[in-house]
Design a protein around this ligand. Structure first.
Ligand code: GDP
Ligand code: ZN
Length: 337
């Protein structure tokens, strides 16, 4: 007989989320702890002590864990979960463990709703090309800012250095190095800097993020040829199709570590950043913030602003400051609704 979860709760009978009553009391059942490496329309692949268990997640998780926020799935790649193994070898996720961080994108419905696409990342690699598409500090800063807002360590990867002079690459890297970010320069096609990239990914759960066409898939294919990620126009064409199936996967790296493969990594959202916090998301601004004359300084007027003064002397890069102003305006716009 199938018993609804609600009925089970009301009458105190222990019931699994699948609706089947169990004889053992809920607390006494041993739950396995695992790490979610793949999700696809409600099916989750969870790594438990080196083996993979296919799991379902009950709807109640979606409600309980996501609250009022809309989400297409309660469980995302990188999640640490507790699960109950069924007799047929499959599993049911019983509990979502607290997340260290979340990577979000604007949900398909637009507006202020956000979709979590990965959790518990150790590293975000913000990839941008020096040429084709042309280097655009504002676009790169957006991804770096997302990492800061999500409290995920960031690294900048400047790709396609084969298409530019060393001077161009250094000039693009300088503001990020000054801000304290590690920067690696790579060429996926000329096999440059690939060892460095492999090294930084080693042992971590990470994601390469950045605009389309900067070379993320090509880089990962160089890091580990066996991954065979789709690149170029093909991935553009099929990216949409994969998007609708909401497949997300963490790919295992031979050297150790996991790297995320999801089309959502191009359209990340900056979540819940308030105007007064924005300056703190620029690491090179932080030491100067207490020096502004007014504690609520928006760093947009000269009067007593330590940030503006530092931009004047070149201590803070003009491009980074421009990005600050740009995002400031975006948040103001958002707050209007
Ligand atoms: P993604 O959208 O960021 O995953 O970008 P892709 O990996 O699909 O690469 C987009 C295009 O850039 C492809 O045609 C790649 O061959 C090319 N590409 C990638 N890396 C490099 C590089 O280092 N140098 C050059 N010249 N082209 C590259
Ligand atoms: Zn200021």
């Amino acid at each position: 007989m199938r018993v609804s979860i609600a009925a089970g709760r009301r009458f105190g009978a222990p019931v699994t989320p699948s609706g089947r009553a169990t004889t053992a009391p809920r607390a006494a059942r041993t739950l396995l702890e695992g790490f979610v490496v793949r999700t696809e329309s409600g099916h989750h692949r969870v790594l438990v002590d080196g083996r993979v268990i296919d799991c379902r997640a009950p709807k109640r998780l979606l409600r309980a864990e996501r609250g009022e926020r809309t989400a297409t799935t309660a469980v995302v790649i990188g999640d640490r979960v507790r699960l109950h193994e069924l007799d047929d070898g499959r599993g049911v996720i019983e509990e979502l463990l607290p997340r260290d961080n979340e990577l979000v994108r604007g949900s398909a419905g637009g507006g202020r709703f956000l979709d979590v696409i990965a959790a518990n990342l150790d590293l975000l690699v913000a990839v941008h090309s020096i040429q084709e598409p042309e280097f655009n500090a504002a676009r790169l800063d957006r991804f770096v800012l997302i990492a800061e807002a999500a409290e995920i360590p960031a690294l900048v990867c400047l790709n396609k250095v084969d298409l530019a002079s060393a001077g161009q690459a250094d000039a693009a890297a300088a503001p990020y190095r000054a801000a304290g970010y590690p920067v690696i320069c790579t060429s996926a096609t000329a096999e440059q800097g690939i060892t460095d990239l492999r090294e930084v990914l080693n042992g971590k759960v990470s994601a390469l993020v950045g605009p389309s066409g900067v070379g993320k898939s090509t880089l990962l294919n160089r890091v580990q040829p066996g991954l065979r990620l789709r690149t170029g126009e093909i991935s553009e064409a099929t990216g949409k199709g994969r998007h609708t199936t909401t497949t997300a996967e963490l790919l295992a790296l031979d050297a150790g570590g996991w790297v995320a493969d999801t089309p959502g990594l191009r359209e990340l959202a900056i979540r819940e950043v308030e105007l007064e916090d924005l300056g703190w998301l620029f690491p090179e601004f932080r030491p100067l913030l207490p020096a502004c004359r007014f504690t609520d300084c928006s760093h947009r007027d000269d009067v007593g602003c330590a940030i503006r003064a530092a931009v004047e002397t070149g201590a803070i890069s003009a491009e980074r400051y421009e990005s600050y102003q740009h995002v400031y305006a975006q948040i103001e716009e958002r707050n209007r609704y």
